[in-house]
Design a protein around this ligand. Structure first.
Ligand SMILES: [Zn+2]
Length: 296
């Protein structure tokens, strides 16, 4: 089995794995400045809201090298993030803790990772432990390795069990990471149900959390996820979750390799990207900046 599916490979530039920036990207610092100003004026998190940052891979390389098959944050930046999360937020292990809890004086955060990369165990897990933080990993069950010695960039089931025993939660992210709306109903249902069953069989606890691969979801897929018995599902739409929102379409906050500084992290956690949400959704813009913020 190839550990990295062709879909990933196809998203990288064939000449060397780094996608080229669009020419107008030279104007990026202006946008960034605007981002900061707008984020500084944004209201802090309201009561009843939940900010859900998401990561993929955590690496030791300097950031902005997207040669890795997934978006990567630099390990020292992740450490900074963990410090901000610990001191400035109340971190919940999963959304049921937020939903059923009384209002908190501190804003709430639910830390998530997608795909199930091995470095989540090697680099992120020790940091989370050191700061006594919990998190949820949405794993693509078909990519997980059966033994620690098997080759591949994803977690082994032993690592999954070790993290689960230490309080890390696990959610399903399908078996093979397809774009679910493009599948037939039967195929989509199998991807959703099989990944849930694999996690429940291996961990012996019910799995109520789901993440849509690539954030791709439509009404039909959302309803299939509900039918499979999931209580919470996350998208890649930028935003903050609220108690009156659909629990199966929770927005999240993307933290990128370029978010290196405390300022970047704090502003992102205050919704730095939200103001451009409607623009972001237009496909042309999204394609143009895709090299920088590939969202999976
Ligand atoms: Zn994914």
């Amino acid at each position: 089995m190839t550990p990295v599916p062709p879909r990933f490979a196809g998203r990288l530039d064939p000449s060397g794995g780094v996608l080229r920036p669009a020419p107008w990207w030279r104007l990026a610092p202006v946008g960034r400045l605007l981002d900061w100003i707008l984020a500084l004026t944004a209201a802090p998190q309201q009561r009843g809201q939940l900010r859900v940052p998401y990561f993929h891979s955590v690496g030791t390389d300097l950031p902005a090298s997207f040669t890795y098959p997934a978006p990567q944050v630099w390990a020292p930046a992740f450490e900074r993030f963990a410090r901000v999360a610990r001191h400035e937020y109340e971190v919940v292990a999963d959304p049921s803790e937020w939903h059923d809890a009384p209002p908190s004086a501190r804003p709430r955060l639910w830390i998530t990772f997608d795909d199930g990369y091995r470095d989540n165990y090697e680099l992120a897990f020790p940091v989370l432990r050191r700061h006594a933080l919990s998190a949820t990993l949405f794993v693509t069950t078909g990519w997980l390795r059966d033994s620690d010695h098997a080759p591949g960039v994803c977690l082994s089931w032993r690592e999954v069990r070790e993290m689960a025993a230490a309080g890390i939660r696990f959610g399903a992210h399908t078996v093979s990471h397809p774009s679910l709306p493009e599948l037939s109903e039967r195929e989509a249902e199998a991807e959703i149900r099989e990944s849930k069953r694999a996690l429940e069989d291996r961990l012996g606890v019910p799995c109520a959390l789901f993440a849509y691969p690539f954030g791709h979801v439509d009404r039909r897929v959302r309803d299939l996820v509900a039918k499979a018995g999931f209580q919470w599902a996350v998208t890649t739409c930028e935003g903050v979750a609220s108690l009156d929102g659909d629990p199966l379409l929770m927005p999240r906050t993307y933290l990128a390799a370029s978010d290196l500084l405390y300022t970047d992290l704090r502003l992102k956690l205050r919704g730095l990207h939200e103001w451009r949400g409607p623009l972001w959704r237009t496909s042309r813009l999204r394609r143009a900046v895709h090299w920088r913020d590939p969202v999976r």
